[in-house]
Design a protein. Structure first.
Lengths: 607, 571
């Protein structure tokens, strides 16, 4: 992302809070004015004191007036400053919130494949660290830039009016500062980018290893994991140190340039003054513009002028110094913003085409026509695969592990799109349907159970939030998980924490089955839905499962061939291809691969 | 912050040097205006132009010196804060890795994660900034106060009176903001958790069209985070204006009192002018200091969260072995009247006893939630038994050092952890294992074929093993368990995704190549465990049967029913 479009994007976020921004601008201008006025008042007071000292007649009326005014102004100025801070905080937090919102919005639109590729921790790092970095710099730096611009312009005007010749020095040093800052910014930007990236990678590793902590401990590999962590930690810290060390060079360097210019102003100013003192200026008697120019340009420098000029030049260079510092600081914000926008801009699932229709009145006929698919371009998983599932039929998919069974489900649910051929539901190509309506037409129970931090009730009713407690209890009873739930300390209100140790994988599967039982879709996908449930419980929930499957077009993946003998159609997959298709009886009589698998199971039972 | 002081102390000399260099830079910088004043006030009126160049040269010298000092000191501050953070993170990660399962359950993974990254990062930033910005301001403050004291002690007294007031402001603000920042980090933990859930559960969420709901959920936490962030921000933002106000009012007081004193002839107006100059300097220094306090609040909250974990007591300590062990004829594994409860109420296991000789095998069968996995968790000492004891080679597992204990086991758990990397990485799992052993393990676990198809041991494995099928994952995990040539092999329902044929092949191969290994196998299928020396049947945490397949077929009704059902179904 180039800087211009990056700034534009950031500006877009600022622009949403135009009102606050304008308010901030007004407040910062007025607080600057107050800041200028305070010293003026104290100056008046001192003048009065001085006068009183000289005349030994103290004008207390003026002094009191000044003192009271000062009090008022300082109180007002403090209020204004606080107000300004409050506005800036409000604005920057709103922007941060908006960014987090946008990232999450983008995440929810991303295709499933994205999460198969990216480390969770790295994504989290963007939401936590990178957004925070942008946010901090917006709230601090923006304000200072605003205020600096005001001071710089005022001081510059004053300096020109005092001694235009001396301003020439700044014609040299100001661009020098600008060029230098620019050069340095370009230099440190990749470093800050690296800093964000490496921290993200560290986060990714941490997330992975802390989630796998139990296994690491089981194998006693803590030391090795720690060593690997330290490598990444070192890289992240080094990236931080490098960016920090180089970024903080700006301040001293710009200060140096300023000091040089200050020295030059002093030296040349002093020389100029002395020259002027030795050879009194030829009074300009020439009229017109030339005369004005001569008097303007050749104006004789007074000692007081030189002193004021130096004062202003210090005022002038102070903010420039600040700005240069901020520009270095901004680099880290830019680098972080890049990562934020990178995530927001990650290519979403292609949107439903505008003519996509909502799948309604589902009959449940599913057809795959000459489907070809691969996750990676050169590794085809499914080649020229066709099948037809009539409404209410049961299709079983069997085959050795890794034969591509789960891939079929990815295609049915449109987690992935086919490379060639088509998937049809009720005769309509799924690509012409809205994803939401297509997915809602299915109920799915996967092998990888997913429960979230929430109550048992919330987890079971997840697909049907308006479900009554009795419905949930009914589903739980059917799934044979009710008695376990009632033994939990708070029954259905027990909160399942992420590492619910006392809940077993099988129990989790039963809960997801209960979740599915609450849904009312026309098509059902069971991917090893009971693989971790003991056979006895499985038997006990058979009736409920049959009820669940009744009248639905079902797709069942199972290893226990026993469970699918009654299927209308059995797809036997091997190496990404359907090698056999048919009912249990026909497949057995063909004595092909299915027969072998079935025999193996039988042998297994015997062994 | 004092809780992590032991990480900072070793760098104290280095930091002191940084401070010294920074100080030198600040002093050099202060000389520049001094020389400038000299040129304007003394040199110019004297009219000696050579002197101008002399002082100009001095200014240049100071400028160069300040440049070098500041660059060096800034670099040093970045280095030392980086090093401190690195060590802090190292220890924190180390501690997190060694937390007992119970401790990590209570802490939660998302919180562990954000403490390790976000919080240590805050500390890092604080350390670097305090060193960079925290030197000048106190020096200027001190200098300013000293100067004013020498000029007019009476007026300076006003200033001295104000300082405690500012101290109170800073104290009150920090006192209120630190808990808020801590709370903010806690909310951040929840943000992390929701993100994590949404990433791992993406399929379910999409399948149930719950995207909008999750967005709302995230929106809620996002709002909470924003609100508390704002609240903390608004409180700390008060520091700056209120400090300025106090000092400015003090300044006004100086003018007033000054006027009285001048009227009384106790002081001159010039003193007041100079006084005001110094007051401005003090004000700026004070503002710098309060800025540091704001950073401090955030860093302090984070440091506290880090220290909390570091201070967690060592759980599951290794106990001293008091009993004498006679190595002869001892069972390899023995459970003696073991009971266990996760929560303290309601036993997950009750009075379990069994013993296994070397090379023998135990199969565990039981309903979902009957406590099968708990047996393994106790054997591997992820938790300590509530009652009874577990012995390996006659030694109580509580007395076996962690390293020794883990080196005995090879374990494949349910939905076990697969990491991003290569197939080989996942089998070796950070251990030093010869290629032959890895190959042998892969062959035995029936993973050889699919690994070859994927392109060998160096082929890639995606995040969480997402590019592997369930059965492939399980075989990879079994290979991992075997690769270390363990004494004891643990298979927790780790062949459930395998088809019967592969499962049977696996058992045959295990029997062939790992004959002397004592094994504990949890399975749903009777066929997977019927060959075991002993089979333990669990129901609701209690043993309802223990014996060989044939014995149990006679003695244990539940077992017989399960077996008959499965065999019957297979026919």
């Amino acid at each position: 992302m180039n800087r211009k479009s990056l700034l534009l994007r950031l500006w877009h976020y600022l622009g949403r809070n135009r009102l606050l921004l304008v308010l901030a601008l007004i407040l910062s201008l007025s607080s600057s004015l107050f800041a200028l006025y305070g010293p003026k008042l104290s100056g008046q007071a001192i003048n009065a004191i001085k006068l009183g000292e000289d005349t030994s007649e103290m004008d207390f009326a003026t002094i009191y007036r000044c003192v009271i005014l000062m009090c008022i102004f300082y109180i007002l100025s403090a209020l204004l400053t606080y107000l300004l801070n409050a506005v800036m905080i409000r604005m920057s937090k709103k922007i941060a919130r908006q960014m987090r919102h946008d990232i999450f919005e983008s995440l929810s639109r991303l295709p499933v494949s994205f999460f198969d590729r990216f480390q969770t921790g790295n994504i989290i790092s963007v939401v936590t660290y990178d957004v925070d970095t942008v946010n901090q710099s917006l709230s601090n730096d923006l304000l200072q830039i605003l205020q600096s611009v005001v001071t710089v312009s005022v001081s510059f005007g004053m300096m020109i009016s005092i001694a235009p010749k001396l301003v020439l020095i700044f014609i040299f040093t100001v661009p020098a500062t600008a060029v230098f800052t620019r050069w340095l910014a370009n230099r440190v930007r990749p470093m800050f980018r690296n800093r964000s990236k490496k921290l993200g990678e560290l986060n990714g590793y941490v997330e992975e290893m802390i989630s796998g902590q139990k296994t690491v401990k089981a194998y006693g590999r803590e030391a090795a994991v720690l060593e690997r962590f330290d490598e990444k930690n070192k890289i992240a810290v080094d990236a931080y140190t490098e960016a920090e060390a180089n970024g903080t060079v700006t301040g001293p360097c710009v200060m140096f340039i300023n000091n040089i210019s200050l020295t030059l102003v002093c030296v040349f100013g002093a020389l100029l003054f002395m020259k002027g003192a030795n050879a009194p200026a030829a009074a300009a008697a020439v009229g017109g513009f030339a005369g004005w120019w001569q008097s303007f340009w050749g104006k004789r420098l007074l000692l007081g002028d030189l002193s004021s000029f130096v004062q202003y030049s210090r005022k002038f260079s102070g903010p420039i110094n600040e700005v240069a510092n901020i520009i270095a600081e901004l680099q880290s914000a830019f680098a972080a913003a890049e990562r934020v926008f990178g995530l927001i801009d990650a290519e979403p699932e292609p949107a439903d085409s505008y003519e996509a229709t909502v799948l309604s009145d589902v009959k449940g006929q599913v057809e795959l026509k000459h489907v070809g698919f691969s996750y990676e371009p050169d590794k085809p998983i499914i080649k020229d695969f066709s099948m037809l599932a009539k409404p209410g039929s049961l299709t079983a998919i069997v085959g050795p592990t890794g034969a591509g069974k789960t891939t079929i489900i990815n295609l049915l649910m449109r987690f992935y799109d086919v490379n060639s051929g088509a998937v049809l539901v009720d005769g309509k190509d799924v690509r012409t349907l809205t994803r939401d309506s297509l997915r809602r037409a299915y109920t799915m129970v996967l092998q990888d159970t997913w429960l979230f931090h929430g109550t048992v009730y919330d987890n079971i009713a997840y697909g049907k939030p308006d479900a009554k407690l009795e419905d949930v209890v009914k589903a739980a009873k059917a799934a044979k998980i009710h008695s376990y739930i009632s033994k939990l300390p708070e029954g259905y209100d027990t909160v399942l924490s992420d590492n619910g140790t006392s809940i077993s994988k099988g129990q989790k599967q039963l809960m997801t089955i209960a979740r599915a039982m609450l849904l009312d879709a026309h098509m059902l996908i069971l991917d090893e839905a009971t693989s971790n449930v003991d056979t006895r419980t499985e038997q006990q929930i058979q009736a409920a499962m049959r009820e669940l499957m009744k009248g639905k077009t079902c797709f069942v993946i199972a290893h226990r061939l026993s469970t699918i003998q009654s299927a209308d159609n059995i797809l036997v997959m091997r190496g990404g291809e359907v090698v056999e298709q048919g009912t249990h009886e026909t497949l057995m009589s063909e004595k092909g691969f299915y027969y072998q698998l079935y025999r193996a199971q039988f042998e297994g039972a015997e062994a | 912050m004092e809780k992590i002081s032991k990480y900072i102390l070793p760098y104290a000399p280095y930091i002191a040097l940084t401070v010294f260099i920074k100080l030198a830079g600040a002093v050099l910088e202060l000389f520049i205006p001094y020389f400038m004043e000299t040129i304007l006030d003394d040199v110019v009126p004297s009219g000696v132009s050579r002197m101008i160049f002399l002082y100009g040269g001095l200014m240049l010298f100071c400028a160069v010196g300040a440049l070098l000092c500041n660059i060096i000191a800034n670099r040093m501050s970045a280095i030392s804060s980086g090093k401190i953070t690195r060590k802090l993170r190292y220890d924190l990660f180390d501690r997190l890795e060694r937390l007992s399962s119970g401790q990590l359950d209570r802490l939660t993974v998302p919180s562990a994660e954000s403490r390790l990254t976000s919080d240590t990062y805050n500390v890092n930033q604080l350390l670097a900034r305090v060193q960079r910005l925290g030197i000048r301001a106190p020096i200027l403050l001190l200098g300013g106060v000293v100067m004013t004291l020498t000029m007019d002690p009476a007026l300076a007294l006003i200033l001295v009176m104000l300082l405690p007031l500012i101290g109170i402001i800073v104290y009150v603000v920090t006192k209120r903001s630190v808990p808020l920042y801590k709370e903010e980090q806690n909310i951040l933990d929840r943000v992390v958790r929701i993100l994590q859930e949404n990433i791992t559960g993406v399929r379910v969420i999409k399948a149930l069209s719950k995207t909008e709901y999750e967005k709302e959920l995230f929106g809620g936490v996002n709002d909470e985070l924003t609100a508390i962030d704002q609240k903390a921000g608004l409180i700390t933002a008060a520091t700056n204006p209120s400090t300025s106000l106090v000092l400015n009012l003090g300044l006004t007081l100086v003018v007033l009192v000054g006027a009285w004193r001048v009227a009384d002839g106790n002081t001159q107006s010039g003193v007041i002018i100079a006084f005001l100059q110094y007051f401005v300097m003090i004000l700026n220094a004070m503002l710098g200091i309060t800025r540091i306090f704001v950073m401090w609040s955030k860093g302090e909250a984070s440091a506290h969260r880090v220290a909390e974990v570091l201070a967690m007591p060592e759980d599951l300590l290794v106990e001293e072995n008091k009993k004498e062990i006679h190595a002869e004829n001892l069972p390899h594994i023995e459970f003696k009247n073991v009971s266990f409860s996760y929560t303290g109420a309601g036993n997950a296991l009750e009075n379990i006893s069994f013993s296994l000789g070397r090379g023998e095998s135990l199969g565990i069968l039981g309903e979902t939630g009957s406590g099968k996995t708990t047996v393994i968790s106790l054997l591997m000492r992820f938790y300590d038994v509530s009652d009874g004891e577990i012995l390996i080679n006659g030694r109580n597992v509580k007395t076996i050092p962690r390293d020794e204990l883990t080196s005995m086991f090879g374990a494949a758990f349910q939905n076990d952890f697969i990491m991003e990397g290569t197939v080989g990485d996942n089998i070796r799992f950070f251990r030093d294992i010869s290629p032959e052993s890895v190959d042998n393990a892969a062959r035995t676990s029936q993973a050889e074929d699919f690994i070859r198809d994927r392109g060998g041991m160096d082929s890639g494995v995606a995040v969480r093993g997402n590019n592997l099928s369930g059965g492939q994952k399980q075989r990879l995990l079994i290979a991992r368990a075997l690769a270390g040539n363990p004494e004891i092999l643990i298979l927790d329902d780790s062949s459930s995704a395998l088809d019967y044929r592969t499962d049977a092949e696996l058992r045959k191969a295990l029997h062939r190549s790992f004959k002397d290994v004592t094994s504990v196998t949890i399975a749903q299928r009777v066929s997977s465990i019927r060959g075991c020396t002993k089979i333990l049947v669990l129901s609701d945490g209690k043993a309802i049967g223990l014996g060989t397949h044939d014995e149990l077929m006679k003695s244990c009704d539940e077992y017989r029913i399960i077996a008959e059902q499965q065999m019957g179904l297979a026919e």
